[in-house]
Write a protein that binds this ligand. Structure first.
Ligand code: DQA
Length: 142
């Protein structure tokens, strides 16, 4: 079973970026923990700051993975193209946000992606990715 984690803009700066909001851990470090936690799952990680690259990766993984975990960063609140890509692919997509976007500025309350996703995990820190993998695993084996 393959699961693809896709992170959008500025999430390459986790650990350094606004640590009061996003924590002090790098995603690369956390990804190692995820791989150890789910040895039976083939986990793939992709990050880009470029909207079109995220669309292309959703298209590719959406036909080749058992599920996508997508944190599109700020593109969540602006990108019709990423929302369209999510609805175009057959694999389930779980939207994750590290911070509780609903407790932040109003422009973060709108997501162009949520309507096309199977579910959303918001505000639980990096644990949101772990929970999304667990959900996809349960769905895949049921
Ligand atoms: C984020 C929330 C977005 O509003 C923000 O632009 C991000 C990160 C999160 O994971 O909390 O880059 O997606």
């Amino acid at each position: 079973m393959k699961i693809t984690i896709i992170n959008g803009p500025n999430l390459n700066l986790l650990g350094k970026r606004e640590p009061d909001i996003y924590g002090t851990r790098t995603f690369e470090d956390y990804f190692e923990e995820l791989k150890n936690k789910f040895p039976a799952i083939e986990l793939e990680y992709f990050q880009s700051n470029v909207e079109g690259d995220l669309v292309s990766k959703i298209q590719e993984a959406g036909f080749n993975s058992a599920g996508i975990i997508l944190n599109a960063g700020a593109y969540t609140h602006t990108s019709v193209a990423i929302g369209d890509a999510v609805s175009a692919v057959p694999s389930p997509v779980i939207e994750v946000h590290i911070s509780n976007v609903f407790a932040r500025e109003e422009f973060r309350h709108k997501s162009f992606i949520s309507p096309h996703c199977n579910g959303i995990i918001v505000g639980l820190g990096l644990d949101g990715y772990n929970l999304a993998i667990s959900y996809l695993q349960i769905q895949h084996s049921s």
